[in-house]
Design a protein around this ligand. Structure first.
Ligand code: MN
Length: 283
């Protein structure tokens, strides 16, 4: 565990906005356009979770993406992915799908169940301008393929970046993206060094965590402040077992222009993406 002398304070606790996307899947949007500059290089965070099949059954039929990466962490239920680059995979509990849209894919994300609980999170990570038109890339990681380490009552699954001397499943040099799935025993504490310039947030998935002076309940997102003296993140579980997603990254500081499923650097590039999609070039 890292030694942190100046932990990041809480800047803001975000409640999120209930909405629906795809063919009518109900979800809560925590991070959207108003926070993209503040949380650069992260573009979107959508937790989804329901025991009610009509909230998720319609899924996300064929739709395009260009210019960024999607990371989906499945917590309960099963989701089938198919894309125009020929990739197909089944996402199961604890599994992670990492898709680099690059110059473009058309894909579907469809529930593979007609009953029971479906729960997970999807995060969008931006690509630097130089990589937005790269070849698409895709990988499914089963739960047991995510590197993990345990220390002091904290189990850390390292999806991206490096934590507890463990390299994550994916490493991204441009943003040094850190994405860890933490499960904390009651009262356990997690401390992780982080450059003050990196933007960071915590999504509480289950239980309660204490950050700085704030006690934060499940379903909330915490934006961590970036004072220049801060040397890392410290969080502690409340009275029960807690699960949180911690994300951090070096901001790209490039223009962000989003139109639906396309995130580029200029309006002209968005117009090109729409043009290419309509011509079928993305598929
Ligand atoms: Mn998608």
């Amino acid at each position: 565990m890292d030694t942190i002398t100046h932990p990041r304070p809480v800047e803001r606790i975000v409640q999120g906005q209930a909405t629906s996307d795809g063919a009518g899947v109900r979800l809560v949007r925590m991070l959207a356009q108003p926070l993209q500059r503040r949380l650069d290089p992260f573009l979107m965070l959508d937790p989804f979770g329901s025991d009610e099949p009509r909230d998720y059954l319609a899924g996300f039929p064929d739709h395009p993406h260009r210019g960024f990466e999607t990371v989906t962490l499945m917590l309960a239920g099963r989701m089938r992915h198919r894309d125009s680059a020929g990739h197909e995979g089944l996402l199961e509990p604890g599994g992670v799908q990492w898709m680099t849209a690059g110059r473009g894919v058309v894909h579907s994300e469809m529930p593979e169940q007609a009953e029971g609980r479906m729960e997970g999170l999807q995060l969008w990570l931006n690509l630097p301008a130089a990589d937005k038109m790269r070849e698409p890339w895709y990988r499914d990681f089963r739960a047991d393929e995510i590197p993990a380490a345990t220390a002091d009552g904290v189990r850390v699954r390292v999806i991206a970046g490096r934590a507890l001397d463990t390299d994550g499943a994916v490493l991204r040099a441009a943003t040094e993206a850190l994405l860890v799935d933490l499960q904390l025993e009651p009262g356990a504490r997690f401390a992780h060094a982080l450059p003050a310039s990196h933007n960071a947030f915590v999504q509480v998935v289950a239980g309660t965590v204490v950050i700085d002076v704030a006690s934060v309940a499940a379903g909330r997102m915490v934006i961590l402040a970036n004072p220049p003296e801060a040397d890392g993140v410290v969080l502690a579980a409340g009275a029960g077992v807690s699960r949180v997603l911690l994300a951090a990254g070096r901001p790209l500081n490039e223009p962000i222009v989003q139109y639906g499923p396309f995130v580029m650097n200029s309006q002209q590039q968005i117009a090109q993406a729409l043009h290419d999609f309509r011509r079928g070039v993305l598929a």
